[in-house]
Design a binder for this molecule. Structure first.
Ligand code: F6R
Length: 352
């Protein structure tokens, strides 16, 4: 049942600390500063292609960035477009990210990868699913069953699992810091859940017809995911943009009626540039909601602030996403939407 929550979606948002712990359990050795992904550590890919749909595609975009940062060329493809993509480079690994393991588009992309001679790895939540059975290798995200049609805890666990895979296959300079950040992540998600502030923001902008989400780098997939969740469960127009793209067209849509959620974590170059984009929307009188860890001065340009604890740049995306999940949830709840079963959508899409 819903354990006292009004919707499965809210229950599942609140289950994230636990599902993240399950994903990480026995796979990180903090003392040794290592991760254990069994024989997947030996895959040694010279290049990685991700294939996925929807929310899982956003996780794939994030995953591709992690491998890139570790020096392994990686790209994410929409599974439904994979057939017309460039073939994988020699000895590539094609990773299908799919919580259900049954998505037809993802399955056929993985079959295409197999025909092209690539090795395949399924990252999924469902033991014994078609993807788990058909791929050469499988890595389970261990999020537990997800009933709400809108993916929430499975997305968080996909991001955690992709961190483990990138660390286990490619390593990195700051492995120890990241392992510490992953260990702290479930507790920090709990902190966000305990004092989110998202409900008040949702109530403030209930009347808006359009919502925009911007982010850069690892926060770009968070912006896309924030917008997808908003569309799915509120039926409102929502778009996610790479922050730098705003001025190349979408800025024409920005008015005092369009709240802009800006995901800004850290205080580096990316934060500085995104704050530049925030100033551009602020100059058009758009309400700005900063989702931030407080390290930069983005709050100065924001009408509302949704805080997340400070963490590693990689794990920051998970925390920021929880705030956006809650904004969409509370918006949909106030509007009386059918949150767990949005119109026209199915939990697993088994047609191409
Ligand atoms: C959005 C959502 C969908 C799925 C997509 C892929 O909330 O759930 O966008 O992410 O249909 O599903 P899986 O991950 O099962 O392949």
């Amino acid at each position: 049942g819903k354990s006292g929550y009004d919707h499965y979606m809210l229950k599942e948002i609140h289950e994230q600390p636990r599902s993240l712990r399950q994903c990480l359990s026995e796979r990180v050795d903090e003392l040794a500063g290592t991760v254990d992904i069994d024989d997947l550590a030996d895959l040694n890919p010279r290049g990685v292609q991700f294939v996925a749909c929807g929310t899982s595609y956003h996780a794939a975009l994030y995953g591709a960035e992690l491998f890139q940062q570790a020096g392994i060329p990686a790209q994410a493809f929409l599974a439904s477009e994979y057939a017309s993509s460039p073939p994988p480079i020699g000895d590539a690994l094609v990773i299908g990210v799919t919580q259900s393991g049954e998505t037809a588009d993802t399955l056929s992309a993985l079959r295409e990868a197999d025909r092209r001679g690539a090795r395949t790895l399924g990252v999924t939540n469902v033991v014994g699913s078609t993807v788990a059975r058909e791929c050469d290798h499988v890595f389970y995200i261990r999020a537990g069953p997800e009933i709400g049609v809108a993916a929430t805890k499975t997305f968080a666990s996909q991001l955690a699992a992709l961190n483990l895979l990138a660390l286990g296959m490619a390593g990195g300079d700051d492995t120890r810091e990241l392992i510490g950040a992953l260990r702290d992540l479930p507790g920090q998600v709990q902190e966000v859940l305990d004092e989110s502030g998202a409900r008040a923001v949702a109530e403030t902008y209930l009347e808006s017809d359009a919502y925009f989400f911007i982010g850069r780098g690892l926060n770009f997939p968070v912006a896309l995911e924030g917008a997808l969740k908003m569309k799915e469960i509120t039926y409102k127009h929502a778009e996610g943009f790479a922050a730098g793209e705003l001025k190349h067209g979408p800025l024409a849509l920005v008015t005092d009626q369009t709240p802009v959620f800006a995901v800004v974590t850290g205080d580096g170059e990316q934060a500085r540039k995104t704050i530049g984009n925030v100033k551009e929307v602020e100059a058009r009188d758009a309400p700005v909601i900063a989702v931030t860890d407080g390290q930069s001065d983005v709050e100065r340009y924001a009408d509302h602030v949704l805080r997340v604890p400070e963490t590693h740049p990689r794990t920051a995306a998970v925390l920021a996403n929880v705030q956006l999940q809650l904004v969409s949830y509370h918006t949909a709840a106030e509007l009386g939407r059918s949150i767990d079963k949005p119109r026209n959508l199915a939990k697993s899409v088994t047609v191409e």
